[in-house]
Design a protein around this ligand. Structure first.
Ligand code: NCD
Length: 353
């Protein structure tokens, strides 16, 4: 593995190796305090973040490495009109690994085409968030022993929630997973995800009610309604507060259920759930730091690519998704990938029309 822009790019063996490393770090973090000594991580955050940004930074510091970057794009040259390509070419000349979060879908993939060092996607718009997925899988495996065979409820804004898309994509690599996709109809998973699940023969059921399915679940993954992604504010108003998990609703849940949440929470988990032993979201956030340590230990220590293969220069975007990175970076090549036999954008996965 050279970059991590989409969990789907990782093989099951690569994941198993990464998990083994994360698990060793959880058990004895002090043994890794020099693993990235002398290495430098660039942290480019074009969108707000607390956990992901802090956990990446602390992960690198705990490995003995150092960090530079920005958390406010207005303090970068993007504000002066610099292209993503130029920013990445330059930053990858300074750093050993680049971590980036953007509101544009497919941006990390785009950056990876030009970077001399590994690029890690820390969230690209409503598209993917693969290091949240390494966090989630680390948590499930450490606490349940295995991911295979579990019934997993994903609840909330499944349309805009990138953590959900990433997790579903990853689950294709595991056996006997059953998904309950719990969302209002307006906020159901995007078509490309549905096509993906069908193509891979994944078992899933789309429902609108949370309480009816709770007793069947091994993992309940709550998510926030992603206010900043709504084009129509009325749509947000209609859907906010639609699911609220309370202690009472957990009465019929399994004793060993894991209640997870990528955080930040708004109101979808009542505070009275926090003290239930099944609530593992704060532990999940801590495991996120360890799983990022495992990832950085691997990627920041890879040899630098002095030359990057030339990339075809595009002329106009083939993708019509308004949030796709190709809309603002016209030089990007016309990348197309097949999902379920359909032509999709190689950056943001949206189906091409
Ligand atoms: C998530 C994100 O940014 O997508 N947060 C995180 O990284 N832990 C979830 C969210 O913002 O709702």
């Amino acid at each position: 593995m050279r970059h991590l822009t989409d969990f789907g790019d990782m093989t099951r063996e690569e994941w198993d190796t990464l998990y083994e490393r994360a698990s060793r770090i959880i058990d004895a973090p002090q043994e890794h305090m020099d693993a990235c000594r002398g290495k430098v991580m660039a942290s480019l955050f074009y969108e707000p973040s607390t956990r992901t940004n802090f956990s990446f930074q602390t992960a690198m510091l705990r490995l003995g490495g150092t960090v530079f970057g920005f958390a406010d794009p207005n303090s970068s040259s993007t504000a002066k009109g610099e292209s993503l390509k130029d920013t990445v070419k330059m930053v990858s000349g300074y750093a050993d690994v680049v971590v980036m979060r953007t509101p544009w879908e497919g941006a990390a993939k785009a950056a990876s085409l030009y970077s001399n060092v590994p690029v890690i996607n820390a969230g690209d718009g409503g598209h993917m968030h693969p290091t949240q997925t390494t966090t989630d899988l680390t948590t499930i495996t450490k606490l349940r022993g295995s991911v295979d065979g579990l019934s997993i409820g994903l609840c909330g804004d499944l349309k805009n929630g990138r953590t959900v898309h990433s997790l579903i994509k990853a689950m294709e690599k595991f056996r006997d997973i059953r998904f309950f996709l719990i969302s209002p109809r307006e906020l159901a998973i995007p078509d490309y995800m549905r096509t993906f699940m069908k193509e891979k023969g994944m078992r899933y059921m789309e429902v609108t009610g949370l309480e009816a399915v709770i007793p069947q679940l091994d993992v309940l993954y709550m998510t926030r309604i992603q206010r900043e992604r709504f084009v129509d504010p009325l749509e947000y108003e209609r859907n906010k507060g639609v699911y609220i998990l309370t202690r009472r609703k957990l009465h019929r849940a399994k004793e060993n259920l894991l209640v997870m949440h990528p955080l930040p929470r708004v109101d979808e988990i009542a505070v009275d759930v926090d003290d239930d032993p099944r609530a593992v979201y704060f532990q999940q956030a801590r495991y996120g730091m360890f799983s990022r340590m495992a990832l950085l230990e691997d990627l920041a220590n890879q040899p630098r690519y002095e030359t990057v293969p030339p990339v075809e220069i595009g002329t106009k975007p083939v993708c019509t998704n308004p949030r796709c990175i190709t809309q603002t970076q016209p030089y990007l090549p016309p990348l197309i990938r097949k999902i379920g036999g359909k032509d999709c954008c190689g950056f943001c996965d949206a189906q091409l029309r």
